[in-house]
Design a protein around this ligand. Structure first.
Ligand SMILES: NC(=O)c1ccc[n+]([C@@H]2O[C@H](COP(=O)([O-])OP(=O)(O)OC[C@H]3O[C@@H](n4cnc5c(N)ncnc54)[C@H](O)[C@@H]3O)[C@@H](O)[C@H]2O)c1
Ligand SMILES: [Zn+2]
Ligand SMILES: [Zn+2]
Length: 492
């Protein structure tokens, strides 16, 4: 079969690899029809290399059709349509029975000291082959796959594997009162969906913060008050206070994680570790690894005294400088973890009917073929977020060729900030402006598409529409003029 495999930092390829086979009677083999590409994949692409092996198959957000089943599987039939949760949980152990599926005791990685195994996610989490492939072996066939109805397109259900339960858990853990306030840091797929879920659950004062204009605009269009971190800079804390009665937010969700922008020290540490051979880098990361902490630090500043910080962004550092004084003094509750997918499925499934209140069908902005997945990774990584705003989640789909919009829509997405920036900077700097005007011209020639979130995705075998070359109108990759100095402010 064809599968996306990891070969090194920023080096993923689509290779021909052996088909998966039934190993245990409770296994099923799923023929993948769609899968997502999310911010967690980008951590593997960029930072987590020391924990990957050459040839590892990536991908953890798949859905498809049961192609084969073991003799012990009784609740699924060949041909059933299923979504596969990103973490492997048995459904019957002590942890699973308590709704802590991401801590499943059957798949816990005890020798690594880590929780439940994940599809396509490093040696720390079992090195299980992932779902950005034509076929996937799925254990616990009677318990793990989620059967979904025929009819609606994959886009309606594929987010059930990761984005929906992760965002649902983020809001559930944040648990702001309905008449209270919730700040969501990061408006990628997870943050955007968390905003939608919070609004759906009746929380009126939802504030979203990001740096990417399209992501901000998309959240705003669904009733979220937005703050552009690039514009607000150091004033972001005051801006949130103004919106929350002067106290700060009842709850803050960090949907950014370990690669937050505005963390120069963490960024340098990532780069230095990236220069080391894996044999040195892996133990170093396990004992002295640090993340980019800007988003977490900001969350601690934005939450009110006695409030809750809900971390869904993934962190991997073992020596992160955490502001314990502020956490303790402000009496902050901190809740976090990988999503316990099955715990939230009964809440989410009823929302995936034809009225689609969370807007799942229009959520992914790009559909690309599996064969183009390496370009999709490169685009998402290269163009986040102060270059073109491709940041995204992708859907790699075999079926939804008819809905394939191709990366062309991205061009519009990417270029919008170029145009806007061009317009604003024209008065200030003609020279810089003229560079960007060129970008704007390129943009104007692109087909329009309204999007934010790059769901690059596509057809596992044979695409319908060849993807266009990525937009070349990138922002200069210079260090931004003004990052919020979130660590320098005293807690209030
Ligand atoms: N807990 C879980 O089970 C789980 C599951 C899926 C994803 N995740 C994690 O959630 C996080 C978000 O995932 P995603 O797919 O939405 O990622 P993404 O990279 O698409 O989105 C992150 C967003 O954060 C913004 N951002 C960067 N720095 C910021 C800052 N300092 N302040 C505010 N915003 C900032 C970026 O512009 C971007 O839009 C990632 O860390 C991912 O690994 C966790
Ligand atoms: Zn994911
Ligand atoms: Zn279990």
């Amino acid at each position: 079969m064809r599968a996306l495999t990891w070969h090194g930092k920023r080096d993923v390829r689509v290779d021909t690899v052996p088909d998966p086979t039934i190993k245990d009677p409770t296994d099923v083999i799923v023929q993948i029809t769609s899968t997502g590409l999310c911010g967690s994949d980008l951590h593997l692409y960029e930072v987590m290399g020391p924990f990957l092996g050459e040839g590892d198959i990536l991908g953890h957000e798949p859905m498809g059709i049961v192609a084969e089943k073991g003799a012990g599987v009784t609740s699924l039939e060949v041909g059933d349509r299923v979504v596969v949760p990103f973490n492997l949980s048995c459904g019957t152990c002590w942890m699973c029975e308590r709704g802590l599926h991401s801590q499943c005791e059957t798949t816990q990685n005890r020798e690594q000291g880590m929780g439940a195994s994940l599809f396509g996610y490093t040696k720390l989490y079992g090195q299980v082959p992932g779902g950005q492939a034509e076929y996937l072996r799925v254990p616990f066939g009677d318990r793990l796959p989620i059967k979904v109805p025929e009819g609606p397109p994959d886009d309606r259900f594929v987010l059930l594997s990761d984005v929906l339960p992760t965002a649902w858990q983020a809001v559930a853990y944040a648990d702001p009162p309905r008449d209270g306030s919730l700040v969501v840091l990061g408006l990628g797929p997870i943050g955007d969906m968390a905003c939608r879920i919070a609004r759906h659950r009746g929380i009126e004062n939802v504030v979203g913060i990001d740096l990417v204009p399209e992501r901000l605009a998309r959240a705003k269009a669904r009733g979220v008050t937005t703050i552009d971190l690039q514009d607000a800079g150091d004033d972001v804390v005051d801006a949130v206070r103004t919106l929350t009665g002067g106290r700060g937010a009842d709850a803050v969700i960090d949907a950014v994680g370990m690669e937050a922008h505005g963390s120069p020290i963490g960024s340098i540490a990532h780069r230095l570790v990236g220069l080391l051979p894996d044999t040195l880098a892996a133990p170093l990361m396990r004992t002295a690894g640090v993340d980019r902490m800007a988003a977490f630090d900001l969350a601690v500043q934005l939450v009110r005294r006695g409030g809750t910080v809900s971390l869904s962004g993934v962190y991997g550092g073992t020596a992160d400088p955490i502001p314990l004084l502020n956490l303790f003094d402000k009496q902050i509750q901190l809740r976090m973890g990988q999503a316990n997918v099955h715990r939230w499925v009964p809440d989410i499934l009823p929302l995936l009917g034809d009225d689609d209140p969370l807007g799942t069908e229009g959520f992914a902005t790009h559909h690309v073929p599996l064969e183009s997945a390496p370009e999709a990774y490169a685009m998402f990584q290269e163009n986040r977020p102060w270059s073109c705003s491709w940041a995204c989640s992708a859907t790699v789909s075999r079926r939804s060729s008819t809905s394939c919009v191709g990366p062309s829509a991205c061009c519009r997405t990417s270029c919008t900030p170029c145009c806007r920036s061009c317009a604003t900077s024209r008065a200030r700097s003609t020279r810089r402006c003229s560079t960007r005007r060129a970008s704007a011209r390129r943009c104007a020639s692109s087909p329009s598409g309204s999007t934010l979130r790059c769901g690059s995705a596509t057809t596992a075998g044979g695409s319908v529409r060849p993807p266009r070359a990525p937009c070349t109108s990138r922002w200069p990759t210079r260090w931004p003029r003004r990052w919020p100095r979130t660590r320098s402010r005293p807690a209030r």
